[in-house]
Design a protein around this ligand. Structure first.
Ligand code: AMP
Ligand code: MG
Length: 470
């Protein structure tokens, strides 16, 4: 096979203490399920026959120029520190610099055990692979920073969870897989030299203008503040915002038990393992600040006199809630047609959300209907909506082009949980139609006319809980 990709592997050039070099574990009978040809083109990957793509993106064949490795990291999981995590079922093949000049990792997920697998089998099954494929590409189409999906390949092997399920490998693409947890592992071990090297690497790769560890902290906090506001504005719940699932690039990563809100409720939790609601919708802005505080703590460990920088680090982290609030106001203001929302517009937005919550209004459809001028039908108590709408109209009257602002701030379609479940069940049974249809509708979320996929679940269709799905 000839598959000559322009790999340039900077992570593999870091010292061996950062990772373990190893190849993916070959699988029985790889079969391509989905391939993102546009992304492949962006990454400067060559065209190749399906069988070759299946072999490469299942880990059967290692392409020339790749430097496969599993990355080391630690992390706080639901608030408790785990000193050693690492890629337990992922292999970084290598990096390419895309046609846009951006360097990206190409990583296989579900590619077999590694020294960091702990009790896991290193594998994934088709369900979570397709969930990540669909939701990450949907997020990208929504304009929200995210890892991307390049390929989904069936392995021809069974994976055992509660039952035997079809195994699959996802190829994930990210601006890097550096996480808060990557810094935590070296900070925890007191490895100052590695921490410094990692900091330099992260700055060079993501924030070339950042000045030292505190400059890096400032840049990541700003990126994450925007990201969380973007999630909130489309009703996205990540579900497992552990520090190992929190990127330095500011991209959304790890689509495990994630879900989008249907009927609006601020405390919504989908993840079956999040029993305390730590990662509930409305808690996300607080959790990201907590995560950035862990990042700050780790960064400080590399300084000869950490006490000197504590004030600066504290100040940076403490500035985050106001940054998130400002980004939130900008995004939700736009959803109401306000091009330059001011803090005194906040009650207008919050009162709408309160009304939506009290009446069980659908998040996506209500904002879409507001943009199209027919939101009244989304509310059971129309009088209550009319009272709110009178205030809104009075405020909106001073705007030149509210409809345009609103339509570009509120998608018509999001990947609804019941549609994802339906798509997975069909795919397991060999029917790829729902996958293809979902991908098509989600590719153009501000325009789509697929009214069927826009509909909220009926009581019978409702999926109350999502699972980590490892
Ligand atoms: P996640 O919840 O997907 O972010 O994963 C948390 C940690 O568990 C990471 O270190 C993963 O690599 C590891 N992990 C998850 N699933 C598996 C699996 N099936 N086999 C080995 N390691 C896994
Ligand atoms: Mg993870």
């Amino acid at each position: 096979m000839s598959f000559t990709a322009p790999f340039e592997n900077t992570y593999a050039a870091l010292p061996p203490g950062f990772y373990t070099r190893l190849n993916p574990t070959p699988v029985k009978a790889p079969q391509l399920f989905a391939y993102n040809a546009d992304l492949a083109e962006l990454l400067r990957l060559p065209e190749a026959p399906e069988a070759d793509l299946a072999a490469i993106f299942s880990g059967q064949t290692v392409p020339d120029g790749a430097a496969p490795l599993a990355q080391l990291y630690a992390g706080h999981q639901f608030g408790s520190f785990n000193p050693q995590l690492g890629d337990g079922r992922a292999i970084l093949l290598g990096e390419t610099v895309g046609r846009d000049g951006i360097r990206r990792d190409i990583q296989l997920k579900g590619s077999g055990p590694t020294p960091y697998s702990r009790m896991g089998d290193g594998r994934a099954w088709l369900g979570p692979v397709l969930r990540e494929y669909v939701v990450s590409e949907a997020m990208h189409a929504l304009g929200i920073p995210t890892t991307r999906a390049l390929a989904a390949v069936l392995t021809g092997e069974d994976v055992y969870r509660e039952t035997a399920l079809p195994g699959a490998v996802l190829t994930r693409v990210a601006q890097s897989h550096l996480r808060v947890g990557t810094f935590q592992v070296f900070a925890h071990r007191g490895q100052k030299a590695e921490l410094r090297q990692l900091t330099d690497y992260a700055i060079a790769r993501h924030y070339p203008d950042a000045d030292g560890p505190m400059g890096l902290l400032r840049a990541v906090c700003a990126r994450q503040a925007d990201l969380i506001a973007a999630w909130m504005s489309v009703g996205f719940i990540h579900g497992v915002m552990n520090t190992d699932n929190c990127t330095i690039s500011g991209e959304t990563i790890d689509y495990g038990p994630c879900a989008f809100i249907d009927d609006y409720h601020a405390d919504t939790v989908f993840s079956s393992i999040d029993q305390m609601g730590r990662y509930a919708y409305s808690n996300q802005p607080r959790i990201i600040v907590w995560n950035m505080a862990q990042f700050a703590t780790s960064l400080l460990q590399q300084l000869d006199d950490p006490a000197k920088a504590v004030d600066e680090a504290t100040q940076i982290v403490h500035a985050m809630p106001a940054q998130i609030e400002a980004a939130w106001l900008r995004r939700f203001g736009a959803k109401l047609g306000l091009s330059d929302p001011q803090p005194d517009d906040t009650p207008l937005i919050e009162d709408l959300l309160t009304l939506m919550q009290a009446q069980g209004a659908d998040f996506t459809n209500t904002f879409d209907a507001l943009a199209r001028g027919d939101a009244r039908d989304q509310f059971v108590d129309r009088d209550a909506f009319d009272t709110w709408a009178a205030r809104w109209h009075a405020r909106r009257d001073s705007e030149d082009n509210p409809q345009t602002t609103m339509r570009s701030a509120s998608p018509r379609i999001i990947p609804r949980n019941h549609r994802i479940e339906e798509m997975i069940q069909a795919a397991v049974a060999g029917d790829t139609t729902p996958f293809t249809r979902l991908m098509q509708a989600l590719a153009d979320p501000f325009q789509t006319g697929d009214t069927d996929l826009m509909r909220p679940p009926t009581t019978a269709q409702r999926v109350p809980a999502t699972f980590c799905g490892t």
